[in-house]
Design a protein around this ligand. Structure first.
Ligand code: RIB
Ligand code: CA
Length: 322
């Protein structure tokens, strides 16, 4: 007997792995996706909204509200996106093959949506942030009481003991708005950080992609198609083999408890907001881990350093059900 599904607010910069995370949430019996806020990052925010609205329409879930959020970080300008990774349209060139959105656009912005949902699901709403954290920072500024109404915050972002990706020590979601990330990790609410330390250990390769392309699910096929360019990028630039990391969907699975955390201490975390070479680094104080493998009193950020293997098979099963 499944427990009641958890109400989830997703904040994303719909890119290719964001689309995978969205599919995970739509198919998982543990999640009730009650709203999506979009943010600048992989692509400009308006394109992220269009991509997300087309994807929920493809899944027959045009009822899920999708709202536009921040078009730029707290400090500075929109960085221009990552067309070399996610394609010019943000989802591997498949946007125009997806159905046009059918639902009426929601009133207000992502922060309005997040705050409304936090009042409708007091004490139960889980936030999953898989893009820069600008919307969450704005929400905390507009209503600090948000911290008392949400059940938890899961962030795909950061790098604790491994190199960054967009910069030597910075991961993309943090890099694109370090000031917002610092606001989020410093706020008095339970944060689970899912960094590159573990997301880079879960990969999808060409045979997985072919299974998606051959699926009866139109959503799975669309994911298979958009993953072609993602595997090209990872093969040429990141891993030297055609296999892509499952950053965003893994964060969804960790949030829902569908992938076991193997090592995830709660420790002090600070984001480097300087203008130096360390900007965007998530400085996780793991010194305590030398003498104990546990939580640090007073720390509010759980850093997921290691998860159990095998997530890709769960993801493929779920995407075929969308
Ligand atoms: O560093 C990976 C993260 O940056 C993922 O969320 C990806 O979609 C990009 O936003
Ligand atoms: Ca993302």
């Amino acid at each position: 007997m499944h427990p009641e599904p958890t109400p989830v607010y997703l904040d994303c910069d719909t890119g290719i792995d964001d689309a995978l995370a969205l599919g995970h949430l739509l198919a998982s019996p543990r999640a009730d996706l009650v709203g999506v806020g979009c943010v600048h990052g992989n692509i400009d925010v308006d394109a992220a909204v269009e991509n997300t609205r087309r994807l929920v329409t493809l899944a027959g879930r045009g009822d899920i509200p999708v709202a536009p959020g921040a078009s730029a970080p707290l400090v500075g300008e929109f960085a221009g996106g990552a067309p070399h990774v996610h394609g010019v349209d943000g989802i591997g060139g498949v946007r125009e093959s997806l159905p046009s959105p059918t639902a009426v656009p929601v009133d207000g912005d992502a922060v309005d949506l997040l705050l409304r949902l936090s009042r409708e699901h007091v004490g139960e709403l889980q936030l999953l942030a898989i893009g820069p954290l600008t919307n969450l920072a704005h929400a905390l500024d507009r209503d600090p009481g948000l911290v008392d109404r949400v059940a938890g915050v899961t962030v795909m972002g950061g790098a604790a003991r491994v190199p960054g990706n967009v910069h030597p020590v910075a991961e993309a979601n943090i890099w694109h708005d370090p000031e917002a990330a610092q606001v989020v990790v410093a706020a008095p609410w339970p944060v689970t950080l899912v960094p590159l330390d573990t997301t880079m250990e879960h990969t999808l390769d060409e045979r997985h992609r072919q299974r998606l392309c051959d699926s009866a699910s139109a959503y799975a096929r669309a994911c298979g198609e958009m993953l072609d360019r993602y595997l090209d990028f990872y093969g040429e630039v990141v891993l030297g083999r055609r296999a892509a990391a499952l950053h965003d969907p893994l964060a969804a699975a960790v949030m829902l408890g569908e992938v076991n955390r193997v090592r995830s201490p709660r420790v002090p975390v600070e984001v480097d907001c300087s203008r130096g070479p360390g900007r965007g680094q998530t400085i996780c104080d793991l010194r305590s881990q030398r003498r104990l493998v546990g939580d640090v009193d007073g720390a509010n950020v759980r850093v997921v350093l290691e998860t159990a293997p095998g997530y890709v098979d769960l993801l493929l099963d779920l995407l075929e059900q969308v």
